[in-house]
Design a protein around this ligand. Structure first.
Ligand code: NAD
Length: 260
């Protein structure tokens, strides 16, 4: 379905981003994966995707906590792919602490990576999409773009910002062929959440499996994790012709979390 299209997925060396990149490549889309990690592991994943889906897959490792890093990533993507039709802003980090002891440098890095990088990549790639008359911008927000939890002041602020930014980009481009939407996952079992599972298990003095159950039971009524593949399938749908009139939305994939 996406043969001839190109995609940049930020933060796709693991977790949800990797699930989205694999789903897009599975539709014949040329993909640039992006993010940090062990170069050998990343290269193996890149080669495996190329082989499995018979599409070129590239990687860039720019640190996108600065405007310069975002520019470097966009330049690398445009050079490798010859233009970016689908931008998935997905990179993100987390830090959990009450507001009064929340380290200001963590606030700065969460806002830079989880929100400001989405602005930079979008502003840099919109002109090319406009020129070609087609584009899909998909922002990985979170249920925390819609509701709050304690001890996540920077993350919740950044994710609410992503949902707001998504609406503005959607409205500014509503009459063209460009849509912009946010996906709002609840708990997805990825390295980012693994740290929180371990912390919960440790606090309760139980095995990690019980920690995961406790985490799910608290907020996610389905009591099941979503998978990176679930999120990838939604991203593919948002790139499909059937989704041409879906824009400015924030779509929860949260097992009922935000229905409560
Ligand atoms: P993850 O830790 O598996 O992946 C994060 C990705 O971001 C990695 O590829 C990492 O290399 C990249 N990254 C982090 N800092 C970077 C930097 N400075 N420069 C470049 N790349 C950087 O996490 P995940 O759970 O897959 O999260 C992906 C997105 O989904 C995040 O935006 C997160 O907030 C969001 N999200 C996750 C969940 C969940 O339950 N896992 C729920 C809701 C939203």
């Amino acid at each position: 379905m996406l043969k001839g299209k190109t995609a940049l997925v930020t933060g796709s060396t693991s977790g949800i981003g990797l699930g989205i990149a694999r789903a897009l490549a599975g539709q014949g889309c040329q993909v640039m994966i992006h993010g940090l990690g062990d170069p050998a592991v990343i290269n193996a994943e890149r080669e495996a995707m190329t082989e499995e889906f018979s599409v070129p897959v590239f990687h860039d490792g720019s640190d996108i906590s600065t405007a310069e890093g975002c520019s470097a990533l966009v330049s690398a993507a445009e050079q490798a792919l010859g233009g970016v039709d689908i931008l998935v802003n997905n990179a993100g980090i987390q830090h959990v602490s009450p507001t009064e002891s929340f380290p200001p440098e963590k606030w700065d890095s969460i806002l830079a990576i989880n929100l400001t990088s989405y602005f930079h990549t979008t502003r840099l790639l919109l002109p090319g999409m406009k020129q070609r008359g087609w584009g899909r911008i998909i922002n990985t927000a979170s249920v925390h773009g819609l509701v709050a939890s304690i001890n996540k002041v920077a993350y919740v602020a950044a994710k609410h910002g992503v949902v707001g930014m998504t609406k503005v980009i959607a409205l500014e481009n509503a009459e063209g062929g460009i849509t912009c939407n946010a996906i709002c996952p609840g708990w997805v079992n990825t390295p980012l959440v693994q740290a929180q599972i371990e912390a919960r298990a440790q606090a309760l003095g139980v095995p990690n499996e019980e920690g995961a159950k406790d985490l799910l039971g608290e907020k996610q009524p389905s009591k099941r994790f979503a998978s990176p593949e679930d999120i990838g399938a939604l991203a593919v749908f948002l790139c499909s012709p059937a989704a041409q009139n879906i824009t400015g939305t924030a779509l929860p994939v949260d097992g009922g979390w935000t229905a409560q």
